[in-house]
Design a protein around this ligand. Structure first.
Ligand SMILES: Nc1ncnc2c1ncn2[C@@H]1O[C@H](COP(=O)(O)OP(=O)(O)OP(=O)(O)O)[C@@H](O)[C@H]1O
Length: 826
């Protein structure tokens, strides 16, 4: 059968780097039933003698193949998509060659017309290379290619040949391979594979990949290979040798981490980390002994250059890690000064999550025809795969109550990082948690030494919850963090991605939970759009879940009890079991779980202790209007104390159900449940909230910024992105550039406290009074009818609710003028 307007897709079978373009395809006959053809890449190579790098790549990774797909329903304006290795220049060569060649004749007779449309490959940085990370290794087309999604799904590729990724088969120095293998690193990750070949060819590179996907070794492996092959044993020991690699990182923690990764991968090289806040002299003497790799923050590097302790004249490799963050913390001048001091003959690699104007300028000015390797793309999900996202509505007060429950249920004994906006919150939240869970705070007011102790303790599992400001959001690589809790909304989507990226690293699974107040619901939706991921909106864990998880964790710890200790307790255990059976063991578990007393009841709406959430529903046949006032009316008639004490009331968002959920003090709720309930109504205690109607005016702001603050900030910088924070921070901080410590790097932190004094806290307390029972209501808080502190008149006074019987306000059903209705009611 002849299909007009079919689409041919050519792709490398293993497109670990690919460029894309389109060019017109003359309609060609193609059998709709023909399977995809597999053609050898040598078809292409034979067109172009200029494809050296392509040949180089294919010889390392074995010959990739091309596949031809067709899509029967495509229109005649269809195009051929060619995905090929390497950069635009090679790609152009390929196409140029193709233009003068007859082109391949496929068995089916399909023959593309080789007319190259240059605009189709135009991307901001000469080439756009893309790839699906991890899971997508075997797939052919990137996810932005919606047109082809189905086709690619239906033609899943053969599993990738592991030789192509196997670090022992990539001609790397054996001692590098040995040390990587001893760390369990045996296969390249996608960004490493994408960077390796062009980096080994000496190309300048701009790269972007998702959090935790191995960017450090992406530049680390080629740089170490270069250094190792350039020198012999004696050159690595020569005293006073000058650094050949310079890595710039925006924070001390990140610099230390990069140093650690390089040291562990190449212990035979001398790697020195330099940053502020610690002794200058020890860094000076380390440099004077001779060094191969210097990793550091720009501020201290400038100080060392000025003090003539650091000479950059032999630097061959420059790496700028987290370049956009340099801008955000106000290091742009320092970075440029350092780059001016470097030899012009060098290779530069720049890693950046976003490309604000300054980073583009850097690339233009200091990089030589850079190759851009972007494994994220514009449309794709920005979070690493394997991170499960939840969103939980909470009030400012209830967040504290539910935090330990979230840790218990979602981290299951593993490590958690809780992100707060302010240093004060980090301290307070950590302190509050310590009653039940081991926890420490990390922020810019803590001394450098203490911060290092804290991070080490967390790494080693000495405590399980780290409560941190955004200083820990970027770059920190702590193994096995299972759970991230955004205690407050981040300032922008990038911060959300970086905070969340502390889990789900190196292809592992992780969970991130966003706590939001009802007024932030719209922001949560825009966050979903900005990061390209969906949250699962869930309630905070029910007490049953918390108890179950606690018990499971206690049981898990039992396996760690030494057998000799068990022997001591066995006789008592036997006696207990004989006397009490399983009750004895259950009591022990309850005690060890921290529940020696039964957990007090807790509101499902506000999560506050001492409250019980009940549900009132009316028969579906009852057509009267149901509102929050109907609830108070009902309560006044059934049990007036309940009407006095009722807390939050929410109407159920289900057209088929006439009803509401509401909070009562625990004891009152118990009593209400013993009362006679009028026929046609049901009152019950619930353990999970049904879907509820919206309960307040939406707002649209991230983190601590009020609408006004955000619009001010937007006025001076770009939209809601990281750069806006950067612009703000750098402008504010310019005067402080001499004292370079964490505090300087920790602009977000400093800013957080300033903002809380200026408005952040006010805003929060404003939010509180808006949502809390008994507070001054703003418009929209129409569910708050009762008052916890009973600011409302008592039931014997003027009645503010609506009659449950007739729906009119101002009287109770018991006082309803319609006596017939009243009778039917009771
Ligand atoms: N090929 C590999 N195999 C196994 N583990 C790896 C590999 N490459 C890197 N890792 C490990 O993965 C973790 C994450 O790497 P790295 O810190 O470089 O990620 P990143 O992309 O820089 O993250 P972020 O953007 O958050 O800074 C590290 O613990 C690293 O040792």
């Amino acid at each position: 059968m002849v299909v007009s307007g079919s689409i041919a897709r050519w792709s490398l079978e293993r497109p670990y780097i690919h460029s894309q373009t389109t060019w017109p395809l003359t309609t060609a006959p193609l059998s709709s039933s023909s399977p995809p053809l597999t053609l050898s890449l040598s078809l292409f190579l034979s067109f172009s003698p200029n494809m050296a790098s392509l040949i180089g790549v294919s010889s390392i990774y074995q010959t990739p193949t091309l596949e031809l797909y067709h899509r029967p329903n495509a229109t005649s304006t269809s195009s051929v998509r060619l995905q090929c290795l390497d950069s635009k220049s090679h790609f152009s060569n390929l196409l140029r060659a193709h233009r003068h060649s007859p082109g391949p004749t496929f068995k089916t007779g399909l023959k593309p017309t080789p007319t190259f449309l240059p605009s189709a490959v135009a991307t901001p940085n000469s080439s756009l290379l893309s790839e699906e990370a991890f899971k997508g290794l075997g797939r052919h087309f990137d996810q932005t290619d919606h047109d082809f999604q189905d086709a690619s799904d239906s033609h899943s590729a053969e599993p990738i040949n592991s030789d192509e990724l196997d670090i022992s088969k990539l001609d790397l120095p054996s001692r590098l391979v040995d040390s990587l293998q001893s760390r369990g690193i045996t296969q390249l990750f996608p960004i490493q594979r994408a960077v390796l070949v062009p980096a080994l060819q000496g190309r300048d590179i701009i790269a972007r990949a998702k959090t935790g996907t191995g960017k450090t070794l992406a530049f680390g492996i080629p740089v170490i290979k270069g250094l190792t092959e350039d020198g012999d044993e004696s050159s690595f020991r020569r005293s006073g040798r000058l650094p050949r690699v310079l890595v710039l990182a925006p924070t001390r923690e990140l610099a230390k981490q990069v140093e650690k990764e390089i040291k562990e991968s190449a212990p035979y090289l001398s790697t020195v980390c330099v940053y502020g806040g610690v002794s200058y002299v020890s860094q000076q003497s380390a440099l004077s002994r001779g060094v191969d790799v210097v990793v550091g923050t720009p501020g201290r590097i400038i100080d060392l250059i000025n003090g003539k302790s650091l000479k950059l004249s032999e630097v061959q490799y420059l790496v700028l890690d987290e370049a956009d963050q340099m801008l955000a913390v106000g290091f742009e001048e320092d970075v440029e000064l350092i780059l001016e001091n470097l030899p012009s003959q060098r290779q530069s690699m720049l890693f950046s999550a976003t490309m604000p104007a300054w980073v583009k300028k850097l690339a233009r000015k200091y990089l030589n025809n850079p190759l851009t390797i972007d494994l994220v793309g514009d449309e794709e999900e920005k979070l690493a795969e394997g991170i499960k996202l939840y969103a939980i509505a909470a009030t400012a007060t209830s967040k504290r109550t539910i935090l330990s429950d979230l840790v218990t249920v979602y981290a299951k004994g593993g490590k958690t990082i809780v992100f707060t906006q302010t240093k004060r919150d980090a301290d307070e939240v950590s302190l509050a948690l310590t009653n039940s869970i081991t926890s420490e705070a990390l922020h810019g007011d803590i001394s450098q030494h203490q911060r290092e102790r804290t991070l080490n303790g967390f790494r080693q599992g000495k405590f399980t919850v780290l409560v941190a400001t955004d200083v820990a959001a970027r770059g920190l690589d702590i193994p096995n963090v299972d759970l991230i809790i955004h205690y407050e909304l981040p300032n922008d989507p990038e911060t959300f991605v970086h905070r969340s990226g502390r889990t789900g690293r190196a292809g592992k699974q992780g969970t991130a939970i966003l706590l939001y107040t009802s007024s932030q619901r719209r922001t949560v939706r825009s966050l979903e759009r900005d990061v390209g991921s969906k949250f699962e909106f869930v309630s905070s864990p029910a007490m049953e879940e918390v108890l179950e998880s606690s018990a499971a964790q206690v049981v898990a710890t039992l396996t760690g009890v030494h057998p000799e200790s068990i022997q001591f307790f066995t006789p008592t255990a036997q006696k207990l079991i004989e006397e009490q059976g399983t009750t004895a063991l259950a009591a022990a578990l309850a005690q060890l779980s921290g529940f020696s007393r039964p957990p007090s009841s807790r509101s499902l709406i506000t999560h506050e202790q001492g409250w019980t959430t009940l549900q009132l529903t009316r028969d579906s046949g009852d057509r009267r209007y149901f509102s929050a006032r109907s609830v108070t009316g009902f309560l006044s008639d059934v049990f007036s104390s309940a009407a006095d004490e009722v807390g939050k009331i929410h109407i159920i968002a289900d057209e088929r159900v006439q009803g509401a959920v509401f909070d009562l003090p625990e004891e009152i709720a118990k009593e209400l449940l013993t009362k006679d309930i009028p026929p046609g109504n049901t009152v019950s205690k619930i353990t999970k909230l049904p879907p509820l109607q919206d309960d307040g005016p939406p707002s649209d702001f991230y983190g601590k910024f009020s609408d006004r603050e955000r619009s001010n900030r937007r006025g001076s910088t770009s939209r809601g992105g990281f750069s806006s924070r950067g612009g703000f921070a750098s402008r504010d901080r310019r005067g402080f550039k001499t004292s370079r410590g964490w505090d300087e790097e920790d602009s977000d932190d400093d800013f957080s406290d300033r903002s809380s004094r200026r408005g952040g806290r006010n805003f929060k307390s404003g939010g509180n009074s808006w949502s809390r029972a008994g507070g001054n209501k703003s418009s929209g808080d129409d569910w708050l009818i009762g008052g916890r502190r009973s600011s409302r008149p008592s039931s014997s006074d003027r009645f503010g609710g609506a009659c449950f019987n007739c729906g009119e306000s101002g009287h109770r059903a018991s006082d309803c003028p319609s006596s017939s209705n009243r009778r039917s009611f009771f």
